[in-house]
Design a binder for this molecule. Structure first.
Ligand code: ADP
Length: 318
């Protein structure tokens, strides 16, 4: 393989830049020309494609977001639209692609492979919701952002003896909330895998009151219930003044942590190795700290296993 492309797609995540940098530098080190495709599949279809040099990806390892831009293009599900993308690649002599994104982007990569463009997908999302990898690029950074935010909320909650409901991202995956709850010492955690048990939350706060606790942190995964309504309900039932904070998109930004940069570097270089081997339609994962790869369709079919031990630990240590 002589020419490859790299693109970021779907929701952005800190560490995507580090992954692009790794693909470019590992490619060039193997005498492969690397092209940046701007704005995901949308830019692919439009032909927004430029060659990248080692210096083009200098000074980005520490930057959040993705300098290539990301976009959503639902029409990419249509073969006629994908054909436009394939034409653009052929025009530039690009034979294979590295796609950095979430599971939607993985499907696009699989379908492009079926059309003759070998694609390797890397897990780039803060949600950690890609089952074929223990960790996704961006998760550790978002987790640190969550913990920093909760530390701050704890200061002010404790000063006023208030309860804080903190809404955390993760789509339908509770990992960011579970890890965030453990790392911040939250009193309660509410995750989609377990549902909401109001009586348990109230009992936990009542128990804390008896111990003269000065603050209560209730972490809540997004898309489960309205954080402000939950705060009202807690206040009504416990008499403890309660405020809600929705962390929102702050969780998606910021300089990637060292762990995310290293993960992105390892995965980016590994993707190039797989393309050199002639692999396509595969996605990279990390399992027990070893890089591995799966067929994309098999990966998307893997059942999600919720880490009960970690969840119980969060409960036990609260
Ligand atoms: P993420 O990759 O973060 O899960 P999306 O689900 O929005 O984000 O997917 C990103 C993009 O991947 C979509 O905008 C679309 O262009 C492409 N995509 C998603 N699903 C498919 C599919 N079934 N076939 C082809 N392309 C898809």
């Amino acid at each position: 393989v002589k020419r490859i492309g790299v693109l970021t797609s779907g929701g952005d995540a800190p560490g995507m830049n580090a992954a692009i940098r790794a693909v470019v530098r590992a490619g060039i080190a193997n005498n492969i020309e690397v092209f940046g495709i701007y704005n995901g599949y949308a830019g692919l279809v439009k032909g927004d494609i430029k060659p990248l040099t080692n210096s083009d990806v200098g000074g980005i390892i520490n930057r959040g977001g993705t300098f290539l831009g990301s976009a959503r293009l639902p029409e990419f599900k249509n073969i006629e639209v994908r054909e436009l993308g394939v034409e653009q690649l052929k025009k530039h002599g690009i034979e294979a692609l590295v796609v950095i994104g979430g599971d939607g982007s993985y499907m696009g990569a699989k379908k492009l492979t079926e059309m003759g463009i070998n694609c390797i997908a890397l897990p780039g999302t803060i949600d950690n919701d890609i089952v074929s990898s223990d960790f996704t690029i961006g998760f550790d950074t978002a987790l640190n952002t969550v913990v920093d935010a909760i530390d701050r909320l704890r200061d002010t909650s404790a000063s006023h003896a208030r309860c804080s409901v903190v809404e955390i991202m993760g789509r339908h995956c509770g990992d960011l909330t579970v890890w965030g709850a453990i790392a911040s010492g939250a009193e309660e955690l509410i995750v989609p895998e377990k549902g909401i048990n109001m009586d348990e939350i109230v009992a936990q706060i009542e128990e804390g009151k008896k111990r003269q606790k000065k603050h209560f942190i209730v972490t809540l995964a997004e898309l489960m219930t309205d954080a402000h309504e939950l705060a009202k309900e807690i206040e009504k039932r416990t008499g403890v003044e309660t405020r809600a904070t929705v962390l929102g998109h702050t969780q998606r930004g910021g300089a990637p942590t060292a762990a995310d940069r290293v993960l992105a570097g390892r995965m980016g270089a590994y993707a190039v190795d797989l393309l050199i081997e002639g692999q396509g339609g595969r996605c990279v994962g990390i399992r027990d700290n070893k890089l591995t790869h799966y067929d994309i369709l098999e990966a998307l079919d893997l059942p999600r296993v919720f880490d009960e031990t970690l969840y119980n630990l969060a409960k036990q240590l609260s």
